[in-house]
Design a protein around this ligand. Sequence first.
Ligand code: KIV
Length: 285
Amino acid sequence: MSQQTPDAPAGSVLPPVGSGKRVRVHHLAAAKAAGERLTMLTAYDAPTARLFDEAGIDLLLVGDSIGDNMLAHENTLPVTLEEMLPPARAVARSAKRAMVVVDLPFGSYEGGAQQAYSAAVRVMKETGAHAVKFEGGARVAEQVRVITDAGIPVVGHLGFTPQSENILGGKRVQGRGDDAAERLCEDAVALQEAGVAAVVLEMVPAPVAARVTEILTVPTIGIGAGPSCDGQVLVWLDMAGMGDWSPRFAKQFGQVGAALRQAAQAYAAEVRTGAFPAPEQSYQQ
Ligand code: KIV
């Protein structure tokens, strides 16, 4: 049975959970205008997508963070477009209300507008998702323009961009200092002018994220970017306490990893003693 939560504030501009209506691009702009914060979580499969959708999460991101969080890679770089499609399909099939955003992985869009357009069209045609996201500022503005001109909403991603971790010198806060902050603002404006529907800001000093949020008319969605963003996103495993480690900017809102480990141990113990399966879990002749 689905569990509903006190999802949206009274008078929300976003569709209520269970209304049969989906969060769409115009709702993002309306939420920013109304000062209503957007919620986003990653999802990589059907069960989590269904749970988060029922919980009233507004946007589900099929992130290329599937690489380090689900596929046991060290980072997001090895993830291919081919690998993004099945999880994106599962999430899109499972989310009834949330807008589903799919990351274009490293190597699928940086080569130019035509490459990016082909990747975005594959995502839209083959998954049923509602938008794509990719990393970079002015350097990918042409890609944003071509894809949005084709009718595909794009979410931008600035600040720490994991696909560029080798050139950025590792997982580091971006936009520190006046020059870097200025460049970040310019990149954000370039993305907005190219047509993005929202911009993710990752690991950016809170005052810089606040400035970008003020400058832009499209919403900012922060991850390690302080409280002034128009919304927040987290990798669900960090949010739910699934792993042994989570970044400083994340908060654990549950201990799902411990609960799952405990369930597996209880199951194993009952199998070993013969307590499971009991008569009620067995078929009689
Ligand atoms: O892939 C991902 O999970 C992301 C978030 C960190 C925003 O891009």
